[in-house]
Ligand binder design. Structure first.
Ligand SMILES: Nc1ncnc2c1ncn2[C@@H]1O[C@H](COP(=O)(O)OP(=O)(O)OP(=O)(O)O)[C@@H](O)[C@H]1O
Ligand SMILES: [Mg+2]
Length: 326
């Protein structure tokens, strides 16, 4: 199957000015990333806090100007479009923001919240009461939720309302920023299952953003691991989970509780300090935290490609002994 991508992100950078007049410089929140998402596919962006996930999502949605690269949605370039030109695009690309309760206006009922997209983009003769009931049923809530207010919802219900809003205009792509953050593990699973179900039912493409790799295991077809605004590893999720190739991916995977006691000794502990974007490390930017860094890693940037590492882990083989700190 080789359908055209619904979204192509090509070498995108986002630069933020920092410092005062005399010390003016810029940091790269996103430092050149590329990926495609095809219709019906779920692509995950994973990385620690500050790795640039939200900045990248905002750039795709046109809320953040990019300083290099291009963004193609449904066959047309959308980077650099003005607010008015982005409006029709936002009908087809909806965004679920990182703070779900904060992004729901407290004084609006659930019914008004989920039908707001119709009022913004034109209801075209729809009966909004019927639409509210239809959307609520799609996200597994009963019609009487329409008269409730956000503060009367549980975390999981609030997330379902956010999903209902996101699917209201029948988008081709949903970008969901931390859709499960702050939820109990069982409710996280419910929300992910819902997104997955809707993707199949409505033929959506999705970009799911999370700091927890395990969240994406069963929902993402492909996953990109971000570090300091770059992709350090990108590939099929299953293969990545079975055999992470970048040491950072391996560390993120091992950072979560491992139910299999035989694997407990595999845990990789990284030094806590993430380098500042103001002074990016030389060579491979992960070398300052990499348990297996070699002298070359501090000197030369890693090869570009799906695994940005000089010495990718080899499945079944022991990782090299670090010589950088010896
Ligand atoms: N408007 C801004 N001005 C300057 N720097 C910014 C701005 N917005 C984000 N940044 C910086 O860009 C980097 C990436 O931030 P971003 O919010 O995209 O990270 P994130 O991966 O979404 O993190 P989290 O998991 O905490 O949500 C951070 O270092 C952040 O401080
Ligand atoms: Mg974020």
């Amino acid at each position: 199957m080789n359908t055209a991508p619904i979204l192509s992100v090509n070498d995108v950078q986002v630069s933020f000015p920092v410092g005062g007049l005399a010390t003016r410089s810029a940091i790269l929140g996103v430092a050149g990333v590329s990926f495609d998402v095809r219709p019906g596919e779920t692509f995950a962006l994973v990385g620690e806090s500050g790795s640039g996930k939200t900045t990248l999502a905002r750039a795709i949605n046109g809320l953040q100007e990019i300083s290099n690269g291009e963004i193609v949605f449904d066959g047309s370039r959308i980077d650099g479009l003005g607010k008015g030109q982005m409006k029709p695009i936002r009908k087809r690309m909806s965004m679920m923001f990182q703070d779900p309760v904060g992004s729901l206006s407290p004084r609006m009922t659930v019914g008004d919240l989920i039908t707001e997209p119709y009022r913004i983009h034109g209801a075209e003769g729809r009966n909004l009461t019927d639409e509210a009931a239809r959307l609520l049923s799609l996200v597994g809530l009963t019609a009487d939720f329409a008269s409730r207010y956000p503060h009367q919802l549980s975390g999981g219900q609030a997330r379902r309302v956010g999903v209902a809003r996101a699917i209201a205009l029948d988008p081709a792509l949903i970008i969901a920023d931390e859709p499960t953050a702050g939820l109990d593990v069982s409710v996280q699973g419910e929300v992910l299952n819902l997104l997955n179900e809707l993707r199949e039912r409505l033929g959506l493409a999705m970009v799911i953003i999370t700091h927890n790799l395990h969240v994406v295991h069963h929902v993402a077809d492909r996953t990109a691991v971000m570090y300091l605004g770059r992709f350090v590893e990108v590939g099929e999720t299953e293969a990545m989970f079975a055999a992470p190739r970048h040491p950072y991916t391996a560390a993120l995977l091992s950072a979560n509780p491992e139910p299999d006691p035989d694997k407990a000794h595999d845990r990789i502990t990284l030094p806590a300090e993430v380098p500042s974007l103001l002074s990016r490390p030389s060579g491979c930017e992960f070398h300052t935290r990499c348990p297996w860094a070699q002298p070359l890693c501090a000197q030369t940037p890693p090869p570009s490609g799906d695994v940005a590492c000089h010495f990718p882990l080899v499945p079944g083989a022991k990782p090299p002994v670090s010589k950088a700190t010896a």
